[in-house]
Design a protein around this ligand. Sequence first.
Ligand code: BGC
Length: 759
Amino acid sequence: MRIKELIAQMTLEEKAGLCSGQDFWHTKAVERLGIPAVMVSDGPHGLRKQDQRADHLGVNDSIKAVCFPAGCATAASFDRALVEKLGAALGEECQHEGVSVVLGPAVNIKRSPLCGRNFEYFSEDPFLAGEMACAHIHGVQSKNVGTSIKHFACNSQEHRRMSASSQADERTLREIYFPAFEAAVKREQPWTVMCSYNRVNGVYASENKWLLTDVLRKEWGFEGFVVSDWGAAADRVQGIRAGLDLEMPASGGINDKKIVAAVRNGELDEKLVDLACERILSIVCRFVENARPDTPWDMEAHHALAADIAADCMVLLKNDGLLPLSKADKIAFIGEFAASPRFQGGGSSHINCFKVTSALDAARDAGLNVTYAQGYSVKDDAATDEMIAQAVEAAKDAKAAVVFAGLPDAYESEGYDREHMRMPACQNRVIEAVAAANPNTVVVLHNGSPVEMPWIGRVRAVLEAYLGGQAVGLAAARVLFGDVNPSGHLAETFPLRLQDNPSYLYYGGEGNTAEYREGVFVGYRYYDKKEMEVLFPFGHGLSYTTFEYSNLRLKAEKTALDDSDAVDVTVTVKNTGSRFGKTAVQVYVGARGGDVIRPVRELKAFEKVALEPGESRDVTFTLPKRSFAYWNTGIHGWFLPAGQYVIQVGDSSRHLPLEGEITLSDTKELPRHYDMNSIFMDLMADPKARAILKPMMEAATSSYIQETSAEESQAAKEALNAEMSEAMMRYMPLRALVSFGADEETEKMLENIIHQIND
Ligand code: BGC
């Protein structure tokens, strides 16, 4: 009410002005009406609050802050509560600093390992990405600070990110690229949504009415404002029509003037400008009314939290019993990343950390017997013979060697894509040399996206630390020496080689056209369908203890599911080892048979479960109808085809010890329409059509047998049973009965039948 009154008092110029930023990070104030400016900052895994020397590439400094693990790491936790804690900490920091919206989470799907920004994104799986987004948003917004889920939509490459068009079909958008946004909007109402730079099927996201209004608001019920990615607004007037409320940063008033002119000359309805203002002001007021500048920000406490989170994100990819290391042994830490870890990516998410803890610092602080050799130089991207000799020496002189390796900053960043999946050759050389010198070699990886591991068979353990934030070293030391039992699981597949990735042939596109031709077969959906070997599958992650999954129970009140119905899945999980540990219980669903082309299995539920040694627990998951449905382009909606569904439960997409089946259907039917070109197979699958056609077909079959099989034996006659004749006629259209010599009578009869069926 108050907001509407304010808008009524604003001039057209003031209203148009409110639709773009005042500067790089602030909305505009309208002082005469007491409308304040509010600040927004990046995002997503730390606060990048800048002063006037602002930029969107993370070049100029921002205030000292805490860098938490990036999205690539946090998604691997499979732990909603953990991600929520991270969000709540960020929310507190924003309150302390007077920041109204922190720009994130970033939920774009990891279509290819090459995307330079994968480190910020959660997963190749839309369900996991959506769950992580909800947890992050819930945490931040619990502190009365807004989020900006980004980048809507299909911003899965950095190559030509401001001009390329992501060309994806309707079903692919709905099943793969939209669900993370959809879940977040429907469940958590992020205060803002950031539209992406790219075009979606030819139309810039920033001026895409279908995307920003029809889908986002009308279908999903989004209530906040849409902000452009920094510099993403192309045709600003069309943007207003499409539902882009706030343009950031500012266009120096140029676009504001265009909005004013368009209203004056009748091209733009002023009501749409009012609406954008209303949405922006609602959020401005919401923050101002709930601002708590006295919120404390204990950086040391958040550093400790960053370490706890990082430890729970690490994925133990391989371990043949070498880990955890014994604190009594002399251990060689090798590789520059041991002393100065790579823990964050480049670009707009880059945090000016108030401190960084390396694994070497952490081990030495804990009084452990750890030696160090640099191994390689990140700056020179090289390992001299001397460095390698020192690394070998250190390895020989220790019980075990830990090589800290991964991708240097220049290898992956916002703004450009990788060209290959390899680690620096110098680092691979160091790993090979160390592994040859000491059979007890461990590799710790710092990277934001999968890498090839040519040495995998020659090292005893691999710990994926991802870009684990400023306390990653502390977390790595805890995991290596067993203070924390690793419990991360991969949120993406590690393919054996880049060429195996489903987007390989098309990724990057031609000119400004990037076709998402692999459709819904992204990540494990593709590798599983093709039954391909991978380096490490989606969902994989080892532990220092062991878990047993048993006693799968499926329960459904009804088998014909409505939107409000669900199937309950219960399993018993037991810690059968001798240490406390956590496992990510994963539930996958697949349709058995049917004529829709679908993935073999899709993640539809998961839970991180913590168990003491010997403890067991029942875990129940609720799978709504949507877990079984696919996007039907005929009805432009979700549909659950009648049939059998397989439910598999385990701790990775390739380790699913429990399996059950359930027969389900939709409560609604797909609309049908038949004509003379309809084929028998489709008609016979339809109960109504079948009832009408069956007697006719039986009559036809028996006369066929009488006419053609006089010489044949009785056995042969019987073999030509109804099933066979049905199979033979399967692909015949009704009109064929007319073309194969029937008379006008037949045609009339068929038309009559079609009429009856369609009725
Ligand atoms: C990025 C956004 C970021 C914005 C502001 C853009 O370049 O794509 O993710 O929030 O800059 O820094």
